[in-house]
Design a binder for this molecule. Structure first.
Ligand code: NAD
Length: 358
């Protein structure tokens, strides 16, 4: 096992700066206890980078990301930059990172902690024990297919986007799904719209072909409209869900809501050249700088980084257990606060996790 990792740290904008600070405190104690060192290099991205360099994704940030074992990111964006042209909006930096690092698989664990069952908008008996891994393909589909754009024909505007998937793209994401399932309950649901869209019939065919190399994994196919219903009606049936870029974008946000707070959910984006780890939430300008943001999603993103980019499963599990212990001890940031629990700020929440990682 390597004893030294290069980590690019991009706090970004808004609460990104606050939650990354807490995540790094946790990484620091893990470093001390495991004897593994992490060389942390901070870079600018998003609005902060635009203010300094006139671009949300400067060349030096790209170089930093490419030269690192993993990227840890806070969040980007905010009202200050909303009037900018799309080409220099802070959010463009995320697309740039995904593209340049070849990040094709987005992993979003959706886990309902027992202590937060009451925070879900669904009934406790429906959400109790939920532990789903949503795997979204990240580089294909309508987001990148060509032709695209709006043109005028015979006096009316026509909007076009193209849903394209190559066999190779489907194959590699299916492998990620089956390998992930092998580490879990060995069940995969592949989500498509094969009854209407030919490109997703290909998706279904290729996923089925890949499944033959993973005979222990139970594969089911589900249409996306049914999956949207099942996630609300019976989410406990899912272990791993693998799906296309567009369907994954929507279903993963739907699944996130089941947990009750966006401040709890980490993510990993994986590719051939490394991984990027970030909370799923944005820069939350409404609460930035007030020490109220929930840092747990970012702390859990560090756990994913240790698991997927540093082969440090034991330490990843330790962080996850520490988060659960903090919740069990009754500490809550404002977004998950309920009567009878102890309200703490961002920094104090980070300290509570640190104490339990020692
Ligand atoms: P958001 O996720 O920033 O906030 C949505 C709501 O959730 C807000 O009420 C916010 O206060 C709350 N929230 C978010 N994270 C929280 C946390 N950790 N703890 C407690 N509460 C939290 O989404 P938005 O308001 O739609 O977007 C704000 C900005 O973030 C926009 O500029 C948007 O483009 C950007 N954004 C960035 C990313 C990213 O960097 N990956 C993702 C989504 C949105």
């Amino acid at each position: 096992m390597k004893k030294n990792y290069q980590i690019a740290v991009f706090p970004g904008d808004g609460i990104g700066i606050e939650v990354i600070r807490e995540a790094l405190k946790v990484l620091c104690v893990i470093s001390e206890s495991s004897g593994t060192s992490f060389d942390l290099t901070h870079g600018l991205i998003g609005g902060a980078a635009y203010d300094t360099f006139g671009t949300p994704f400067p060349g030096e940030s790209l170089e930093l990301a490419l030269g690192s074992d993993a990227v840890l990111l806070g969040a980007v964006g905010g009202p200050k930059w909303e009037g900018l042209d799309y080409s220099v909006r802070p959010e463009r930096a995320l697309l740039g990172l995904r593209e340049k690092l070849g990040l094709f698989a987005n992993l979003r664990p959706v886990r309902v902690f027992e202590e937060l069952v009451a925070a879900s908008p669904l009934k406790p008996e429906v959400v109790r024990g939920i532990d789903i891994m949503i795997i979204r393909e990240l580089t294909g589909d309508l987001y990148f297919g060509k032709p695209r754009g709006v043109r005028v024909e015979k006096g009316q505007r026509i909007g076009v986007n193209t849903l394209v998937y190559t066999e190779k793209e489907i194959h590699r994401i299916a492998i990620v799904a089956f390998k992930t399932a092998m580490q879990r309950e060995k069940r995969v649901v592949s989500v498509d719209k094969a009854n209407v869209l030919e490109s997703t019939q290909l998706w279904r065919d290729v996923v089925t072909e890949v499944s033959r190399d993973f005979p222990e994994v139970d594969l089911r196919h589900m249409y996306v409209d049914n999956c949207a219903m099942q996630l609300i009606g019976n989410p406990a049936q899912f272990d791993v869900i693998v799906t296309t870029n567009l369907f994954g974008d929507i279903l993963s946000d739907e699944a996130a809501m089941i947990t009750g707070s966006i401040g709890m959910l980490p993510s990993a984006s994986l590719g051939a050249k490394g991984g990027m780890y970030e909370p799923i939430h944005g820069s939350a300008p409404d609460i930035a700088g007030q020490d109220v943001a929930n840092p747990l999603a970012t702390i859990l993103s560090v756990a994913m980084m240790l698991r997927y980019s540093c082969a440090m499963e034991k330490e990843a599990s330790r962080i996850e257990a520490a988060v659960q212990e903090v919740l069990r001890a009754g500490f809550r940031t404002k977004d998950i606060h309920q009567e009878g629990t102890t309200l703490v700020g961002t920094a104090a929440m980070g300290d509570e996790v640190v104490k339990r990682c020692l």
